[in-house]
Design a protein around this ligand. Structure first.
Ligand code: ZN
Length: 131
């Protein structure tokens, strides 16, 4: 399994490294390594024919999966939804979910989870642009 390593930490930032995604295998979570406070971020990779071996839902966090490479199927409350590289899927907390690789190569995805309805500001309503 690939690891997320803390490369550098400075005043107001944490820099992690997992290496080339083409060599990535398994799943890593970033919250503890990077000291995330408002979200969890993970990278997952399933080999050809591999499936997540459980179904789960969440108590309060929505999830967004961004498919980086390959193709797969998310089963959401029993409904199969096909996804492929470049797709982004949001799943609300209560939906029972699992996913599997349906392609011939690695199925790699980024998953962000954050408390549903907690976003108060974003993009230009939160950015403070300096000259
Ligand atoms: Zn989850």
């Amino acid at each position: 399994m690939t690891e997320l390593k803390l490369k550098e930490q400075g005043n107001g930032y944490s820099l992690g490294e997992i290496g080339a995604l083409s060599c990535f295998a398994g799943k890593v979570f970033a919250k503890d390594v990077l000291n995330l406070t408002s979200m969890e971020l993970s990278v997952g990779s399933l080999a050809a024919g591999e499936a997540v071996p459980f179904v789960h839902s969440h108590k309060q966090n929505e999830e967004v999966y961004f498919i980086i490479s390959g193709q797969g199927v998310f089963t959401l409350d029993g409904k199969d939804v096909e996804v492929k590289e470049g797709d982004i899927i949001r799943i609300t907390p209560m939906v029972k979910r699992t996913n599997k690789n349906t392609g011939s190569g690695a199925f790699v995805y980024l998953c962000v989870q954050a408390k549903e309805n907690s976003l108060e500001q974003c993009v230009m309503s939160d950015a403070v642009v300096e000259q």
